[in-house]
Design a protein around this ligand. Structure first.
Ligand SMILES: Nc1ncnc2c1ncn2[C@@H]1O[C@H](COP(=O)(O)OP(=O)(O)O)[C@@H](O)[C@H]1O
Ligand SMILES: [Mg+2]
Length: 278
């Protein structure tokens, strides 16, 4: 590695960044993050987290979401995308760094403390109660504020009319796409200001995937800030305002969704065949 290469920056896989054309995407830096995240609704600052003592999965990750933004997180399998959502939602211990919501330190607050503060989370799997009906699933979502049920149920079934039609049906008998709507609907019952979604399109048919991306955009358009992890990188970047590419437990690149899709270094390094195929 020459001094010259060091000066212009080296990508996470050692590719000199000078080798690719200019774009609106940025290599994530502390300075860039601090300058841009001052007004953020939700922030992760230099978050280190993991499952086992002494083994960090996140290694100083920075991320922010402004009010009303739809933020996408993409990256290779095992990069730590789910861990990052879980760390922000109090499901994985943060050993260093900070998570803030509207400037308030919420690091290591537990999930049940975060829900009343307006944070919602939809995990990738096991996100509905299969033996309960659609309506009962939505009731579970609002158990902290039972009086709000009627208004929130109307809100959710306006967004997802099929859930109104299927309200008496057991969630386990629904299609994968419908179950995903129940899961999102349940999180929306608490009227979150920010919704964390982990791979909502995973395992769905292409048509249902389209529907999930459409639904996510719709939720965001009602004013809910969304932070979405996706393996379907291209579709995610198409709908999000801003994206992050996570690599080995750190935010590697960020920028507007559309610029990340077109950025040769992101396509080559992270979207790989997935990026070229579509
Ligand atoms: N419950 C867990 N216990 C121990 N290690 C885990 C657990 N969940 C994930 N990991 C490890 O953390 C790393 C990142 O996983 P994850 O955040 O799920 O990645 P991604 O969502 O980007 O695919 C992987 O190496 C994975 O094996
Ligand atoms: Mg994951």
């Amino acid at each position: 590695m020459s001094d010259n290469e060091t000066a212009v920056g080296i990508g996470p896989t050692g590719v000199p960044l000078e080798a690719v054309p200019e774009s609106d995407t940025e290599v994530c830096s502390r300075e860039g993050h601090l300058a841009a995240s001052q007004e953020a609704l939700l922030r992760a600052d230099e978050v280190t987290a993991g499952y086992l003592p002494g083994v960090s999965i996140l290694n100083g990750t920075d991320l922010y979401a402004n009010e009303g933004e739809l933020v996408g997180i993409i990256g290779p399998n095992g990069a730590g995308k789910s861990t990052l959502l879980k760390a922000m939602f109090g499901l994985v211990g943060v050993t260093a760094g900070k998570v803030t919501l509207r400037g308030e330190d919420i690091t290591n607050r537990r999930a049940h403390q975060l829900v009343p503060l307006g944070v919602g989370f939809v995990p990738q799997t096991n996100n509905v109660f299969a033996t309960l009906t659609v309506e009962e699933n939505l009731e579970m979502g609002v158990f902290l504020r039972p009086k709000a049920f009627r208004a929130r149920f109307d809100f959710v079934t306006d967004l997802f009319p099929i859930l109104g039609e299927r309200r008496a049906q057991r969630a386990g008998s629904l299609s994968g796409g419908e179950r995903q709507m129940v899961a999102m609907g349940r999180a929306l019952m608490m009227e979150p200001t920010v919704l964390l979604l982990d791979e909502p399109s995973a395992g769905l048919s292409p048509a249902m995937q389209d529907e999930v991306f459409f639904n996510t955009k719709q939720i965001n358009q009602t004013g809910v800030t969304v932070v979405m992890v996706e393996q379907n990188a291209r579709r995610c970047l198409q709908i999000c305002d801003r994206g992050y590419v996570l690599d080995q437990g750190r935010s590697a690149y960020t920028g507007p969704g559309e610029s990340l899709i077109d950025d040769p270094k992101v396509v080559e390094l992270y979207l790989g065949t997935l990026g070229r195929a579509r």
